[in-house]
Design a protein around this ligand. Structure first.
Ligand SMILES: [Zn+2]
Length: 67
């Protein structure tokens, strides 16, 4: 929700230039919370992957392969 620096007109976030005076709009800074959330999500995904790998390993070792 950035206002134009030249004509103070409201512009949507996805607009790169002002719809009224065509002045380039400054890009809004990405929130830091999103970065923390994504890193937490990556940790969760990696943890789930290791857990599933460990479960598969246990099943493979414990299951009888002879028959
Ligand atoms: Zn403008």
């Amino acid at each position: 929700m950035a206002d134009c620096i030249k004509c103070k007109t409201w512009n949507p976030d996805d607009k790169l230039v002002c719809w009224r005076c065509q002045t380039p709009l400054p890009k809004p800074e990405p929130p830091r919370r999103k970065r923390q959330l994504s890193s937490t999500t990556i940790l969760l995904v990696v943890g789930a992957f290791f857990l599933i790998s460990w479960l598969f390993f246990q099943l493979f070792v414990l299951s009888p392969v002879g028959r």
